[in-house]
Design a protein around this ligand. Structure first.
Ligand code: MN
Length: 313
């Protein structure tokens, strides 16, 4: 669930080169918030950065500890124009949606929900669960796919490999010879990196992609600059490799994609390419329109959208 103000995505600024010839790394710090009773750190959208490729929302949830039964609980709410992408690190969460899907996501797994023209869902920690650590992302759908049919995918098995003391899990897109199964509508990549003993690695990058790297545990040095947990390093585009030194016990998520060229509007749980489209979705949700369907099995009230920030629509 997103409570931020509507924000237009700006196209990526050109990178400035430092005197030593190295690209400047933009350091983005998190805003603290709460989603469904769980403390989160939100990295995107922010004033400093709206998107990385089509990735348009990035919450780092937890790590949180709670009494069994007191975990995350997010009631029925709608989405349009985006894919929600969940990467579970610790804990177990039950997803229900208006297509009738009921799916537990466990550590090492991805849930991908394509909202398209409209879907509603709920998320709740299992009643026996006492921990949650996850990355919750949104991917903006391009205009030609933004009204596609809603869909849900659960991916329990992802490509993974280890080199030079680093364990890689490919979450989305392709990397080297590896391909993740999530159905995508834009060229992008998502990858989890974890090192038990510490690692010093050079990662090949696609110069047509822009990239960001978020520390989820521990710390790292990127091109000799230190980044701590919940700091997003925006690397820009035109890079052919990344020199990364992970401290022992560190975990990072690498996100990349072709820079977005069209404007993206984000309001509450809606992503759109016009204010009218978002206002219509808001109206349809408030009216209980069948566009968003119904969720069975969840015991609790549906969420209400805050008032639209625009008048005259
Ligand atoms: Mn949601």
């Amino acid at each position: 669930m997103n409570t931020s103000k509507p924000q237009a995505a700006a196209s990526s600024p050109a990178l400035t080169l430092q005197e030593n010839g190295e690209n400047t790394i933009q350091r983005i710090s998190a805003r603290h918030a709460e989603v469904g009773g769980i403390p989160i750190n939100r990295l995107m959208p922010s004033r400093q950065r709206r998107t990385i490729g089509a990735w348009c929302f990035l919450d780092h949830a937890g790590p949180a500890q709670f009494a069994p039964g007191a975990g995350m609980r997010v009631g029925p709410h709608p989405h349009i124009g985006l894919q929600t992408f969940t990467w579970m690190i610790k804990g177990e969460v039950l997803h229900r949606d208006s297509l009738g899907n009921e799916q537990i996501i466990r550590p090492g797994q991805v849930n991908l929900m394509t909202a398209g023209r409209g879907i509603a869902h709920t998320e709740e920690s299992l009643s026996t669960e006492d921990t949650l650590h996850a990355a919750q992302l949104w991917i903006a759908l391009p205009p030609e796919a933004s009204a596609c049919a809603p869909a849900f995918e659960h991916h329990p098995n992802l490509p993974s490999w280890s080199t030079d003391g680093c364990d890689f899990t490919l979450l989305a897109g392709s990397y080297n010879t590896h391909h993740a199964p999530a159905r995508l509508y834009s060229p992008l990549v998502g990858m989890d990196l974890f090192s038990t003993m510490g690692a010093d690695i050079h990662l090949p990058l696609n110069p047509e992609f822009e990239y960001g790297l978020l520390m989820l545990e521990g710390q790292a040095e990127i091109n000799k600059q230190r980044f701590a947990i919940d700091e997003l390093a925006y690397l820009g585009h035109s890079n052919t490799q990344l020199h990364l030194q992970l401290s022992p016990g560190s975990r990072a998520i690498l996100l990349g994609g072709e820079p977005c060229t069209e404007e993206i509007l984000i309001w509450w749980n809606f992503v759109g390419h016009s204010k009218a489209e978002i206002a219509q979705a808001q109206h349809d949700w408030e009216a209980g329109n069948e566009r968003f369907g119904a969720i069975s099995g969840y015991d609790g009230p549906r969420l209400t959208a805050p008032p639209l920030p625009w008048s005259g629509l």
